[in-house]
Design a protein around this ligand. Structure first.
Ligand SMILES: [Zn+2]
Length: 405
């Protein structure tokens, strides 16, 4: 058998592993034919497979394309704009005014392209993005060949592209219809938060998402201040508040989910929602630490995201995984609190499940082309990752330190 490309002597998460069991395999090989992975297996299965190009992985880790579960790509413009602030001061005093002044269709398009380049260079092949003027973010992702779930923002005050808040649901509906059935971009709805959206807005936004079979994203329980505000105003925790509104189901993705009590965790598990944690954003804004171990123990689908560059300050998912693993070792004073295979899961297989894209992630060795990303992204960098054509695969040079450099 002759293939286009062969990667030998790599370690990788077992593509046939069941949920909760995703061991790292060593001395594996990957064969690629016509931009599709045609076989993955131990070296012993590759004795008769030849290739036009062969790369020896020297025991490094190969991963399916990483999935950034939460981003505001256009915010690359605001990277480093304001530091050493709480979320409330950062948003109200700096970010919201900057957005009112600078966010235009051109800014969203070009800053999303810049974000896409940064993500691709660190191995991300899929992003869930939420912002305003998202039609132009979607154009940018489609142009560079990045798979994306793109969610139009809904908020109760005048926003970029939606000067009249009365039009926010209509605007989101128009966006959903524009991108329906696109091969790379899946349109979605993003309600900013329980503290910037009224109950009526949240219900209307969720109803729109349901009617279009679209995902619904919301920042929730991000800070203690938010939790206290919602409790004081509405008498419930943020999670219980949106649960009572009927927002939580398997097509809802809760971003951050830091300030949760036991009842909140039970609700998230019972309703089947997905959660995306953003550890570096929570670190920068001193928001807290999501109870990741408890979320995983309840079987909740959990992905990992960078959030926007303004609150990170990077869009590097390898670094996000590294920080996430270490953060939860510290939080729990337990070096195996969230093992490395769980973290890899969050950025790959489980991240895909959060976004409903599990059939497009990783391989079973069957050579089913439709299972793999077939965009046009091509990038080769000896220092960070090598892309195998447009197959959905990246191979960070992890070495002994277990991170890209
Ligand atoms: Zn966010």
């Amino acid at each position: 058998m002759k293939t286009d490309f062969l990667l030998t002597d790599i370690c990788l998460p077992d593509p046939s592993g069941d949920a909760g069991d995703y061991p790292i395999k060593t001395n594996y090989c990957i064969a690629v034919q016509e931009e599709s992975i045609c076989h993955i297996g131990p070296a012993s299965e590759f004795n008769t497979i030849e290739a036009k190009n062969v790369i020896n992985g020297h025991g490094q880790l190969a991963l399916p394309g990483l999935i950034n579960g939460h981003c505001h790509a256009p915010m690359t413009l605001f990277r480093g704009l304001a530091d050493d602030l709480s979320l409330a001061d950062w948003l109200n005093e700096h970010i919201f005014p900057a957005e009112a002044k600078h966010v235009t269709p051109d800014m969203v398009y070009w800053c999303s392209k810049l974000a896409a380049a940064e993500m691709i260079l660190s191995g991300t092949t899929t992003v869930a993005d939420s912002y305003f003027h998202e039609h132009h973010a979607a154009r940018a992702f489609a142009d560079v060949g990045l798979r994306a779930v793109v969610a139009q923002g809904v908020i109760d005050f005048p926003a970029p592209g939606v000067p009249d808040p009365q039009e926010k649901i209509n605007h989101a509906a128009e966006f959903l219809s524009q991108w329906r059935d696109h091969p790379l971009v899946s349109p979605a709805v993003f309600a900013h938060s329980p503290y910037t959206c009224s109950s009526e807005t949240l219900v209307a936004a969720k109803e729109l998402a349901r009617s279009e079979n679209a995902l619904f994203f919301i920042h929730v329980a991000e800070t203690e201040q938010e939790a206290e505000m919602i409790q004081g105003r509405l008498g419930d925790s943020p999670v219980r508040h949106i649960h009572k509104l009927g927002i939580l189901d398997s097509e809802t993705v809760c971003i951050h989910a830091v300030w949760l009590d036991e009842q909140d965790l039970d609700i998230l598990a019972e309703t089947g929602v997905a959660v995306v944690v953003c550890p570096q954003s929570n670190l920068k804004l001193a928001s807290g630490t999501a109870p990741l171990q408890a979320l995983l123990a309840r079987g909740i689908r959990v992905g990992i995201g960078t959030d926007g560059a303004a609150s990170n300050n990077r869009l590097d998912l390898i670094q996000e995984m590294d920080i996430c693993a270490k953060l939860h070792k510290l939080r729990n004073l337990d070096p195996v609190a969230v093992p490395v295979d769980k973290i890899i899961n969050m950025a790959t297989r489980d991240g895909a499940s959060v976004l409903g894209l599990q059939k497009k992630n990783w391989a079973t060795g069957g050579g089913e082309k439709s299972r793999y990303y077939s965009g046009q992204s091509r990038c080769t960098s000896s220092s960070t990752c090598a892309w195998l054509g447009s197959a959905d695969l990246c191979c960070p040079r992890v070495g002994h330190s277990n991170r890209a450099d």
